[in-house]
Design a protein around this ligand. Structure first.
Ligand code: TRP
Ligand code: ZN
Length: 486
């Protein structure tokens, strides 16, 4: 989906006439094209590269150099998946439509474990190899820069989730007693489908998921058709038609009680709970509908075609903002966390980060949304919450600058709390009218795309007419508590 991403980035940049640098994938493309070593001929025209031109094994995220891949950009994943909870075996066939951003004789997909039986490129059988979490595909014919190509990968096996990579616990495809719990941030999509597993490459998806009859398969977006049952198995067809980062994709399966309907503002709602959480279904449904509607008044139009949530009885103890379907792992969510996960639909899911360093653009914003929700429902105000955090000068958030989320401690509390405090400090500096207009402008300008902190700072400066580099530097980048906000 690079075309979309570059278009939104460019229109904002042009509107502001700032020429803000676009980092991340653009940088990665340049680097991998560099590896092609195109010859410069007299007159400055580049001759086409002669030899092999291999897509880089990483997309160029400085903190996660193996994640994602270079040389192409995925438009669409068509995933056919069949899961058997008794044997824990997953059978998959992935149809990936991509566009080359350099000439390609070979390229990588990210895939962790699982056995690949067959790969095709544009219908022709392709040779492939495995090394660590990279699946390297040799193109049967050279793929020209700028052309679309179709890859299919057939694979099967018992998925192995990512365990304790960079201290992040267990994530990815996790087997449960009755199915699967699938939460993939930051790079666990590769545990269940071959992908360009980095948020800078968003794509649309369709899922056909087959499970034993009696179980429900839940993925992103909406169901195309009624589930079909034959031979004791049921197939669910889901489609996410808006661009989505790989880590937000899910195939959560098992026994579920489901409630569907529409919110007061007419947004379709799908809520599901494991039977162990029977008593939570109505509140999950009602709160998700009401909060999604409320956020449209604060953040702008809802970016997707449905909202909702899933409570599974796997005791992850955390939630993840899976696109259209936040998943809550083994607890009854209160409205605070529902407000957080649904705020992510705007901040993280529709407007996605370009590199993991900028994670405060997700977690700082979703945490600030929790504060706004608290104030809205008559609890503590955002200002009171800001002040109580500020008052604790021994809080470890002061030594961790949230604007540079660290690989070894990506989800540090500072990224959440001090990220939210950054937004409150900004709000005090530019005033409520400009601040809330900025939130709506931000979600509109980068809708379905990717963005960076530099772009947020530039937009805030543009809309307020103020120089804000001192404020953002103190709040995002310094390892000490900033001066008090007045
Ligand atoms: N993004 C989640 C939240 O704050 C937290 C999270 C990070 C997570 N990594 C995860 C959840 C992996 C599930 C799996 O809302
Ligand atoms: Zn979050």
């Amino acid at each position: 989906m690079a075309a979309h991403r570059f278009a939104t980035t460019l229109s904002l940049t042009t509107a502001l006439s700032l020429g803000a640098p676009f980092l991340g994938l653009a940088t990665a493309c340049t680097a991998s094209e560099g590896a092609v070593a195109a010859e410069t001929v007299p007159g400055g025209v580049k001759a086409p590269p002669a030899g092999d031109t291999v897509g880089a094994p990483g997309v160029g995220d400085p903190d996660f150099p193996q994640d994602g891949n270079g040389g192409y950009d995925v438009d669409h994943y068509g995933l056919k998946l069949s899961y058997d909870p008794a044997s824990k075996r997953l059978e998959g066939s992935a149809a990936i439509r991509a566009r080359a951003v350099q000439d390609l004789t070979a390229f990588d997909l990210d895939l962790h474990g699982l056995t690949v039986s067959r790969v095709t490129v544009d219908g022709a059988a392709a040779q492939f190899g495995r090394r660590e979490d990279e699946l390297t595909v040799t193109a049967p014919a050279r793929i020209k820069n700028g052309t679309r190509f179709d890859v299919t990968v057939d694979y099967a096996g018992v998925p192995d989730p990512v365990r304790n990579y960079a201290g992040l616990g267990t994530y990815g495809f996790i087997a449960t007693t009755d199915g699967s719990f699938v939460t993939c941030e930051p790079n666990g999509a590769k545990t269940w489908f071959p992908s360009n597993d980095h948020p800078s490459d968003k794509a649309t998806y369709d899922f056909k998921i087959t499970v034993p009859e009696g179980l429900t398969a839940i993925a992103n977006g909406e169901m195309d058709a009624q589930p079909k049952t034959s031979d004791g198995k049921t197939t669910f067809a889901w489609r996410e038609k808006h661009p989505m980062a790989t880590y937000l994709a899910t195939m959560t399966t098992g026994k579920f009680e489901v409630r569907t309907g529409t919110s007061d503002l007419g947004i379709p709602v799908y809520a599901a709970v494991d039977p162990a959480f029977h008593g939570s279904l109505d509140n999950l449904y009602t709160a998700s509908a009401k909060i999604t509607d409320y956020w449209t008044t604060v953040f702008g139009p809802y970016p997707f075609s449905s909202t909702g949530g899933v409570v599974d009885n796997y005791s992850a103890g955390y939630a993840l903002e899976n696109q259209t379907k936040p998943v809550y792992g083994g607890f009854t969510p209160d409205t605070g966390i529902i407000a957080h996960e649904l705020a992510h639909q705007w901040f993280g899911d529709s407007v996605s980060i370009t590199r993991w360093k900028d994670l405060w653009l997700n977690e700082g914003f979703a945490t600030y949304a929790e504060w706004l929700w608290s104030e809205h429902r008559g609890g503590q105000t955002a200002d009171a919450l800001f002040r109580s955090y500020y008052a604790n000068n021994l809080d470890p958030i002061w030594s961790y600058p949230p604007g540079r989320a660290q690989r070894a401690d990506l989800f540090n509390g500072s990224v959440y709390t001090r990220g939210a405090m950054t937004l409150h400090a900004l709000r005090k500096e530019i005033g409520d009218a400009t601040f809330f207009a900025l939130l709506k402008k931000w979600t509109a300008a980068h809708r379905y795309g990717n963005a960076t902190t530099e772009e947020f700072v530039a937009l805030a400066e543009h809309m307020s007419g103020k120089k804000l580099d001192g404020l953002f530097d103190a709040w995002l980048y310094q390892p000490r508590r900033p001066a008090p906000v007045t």
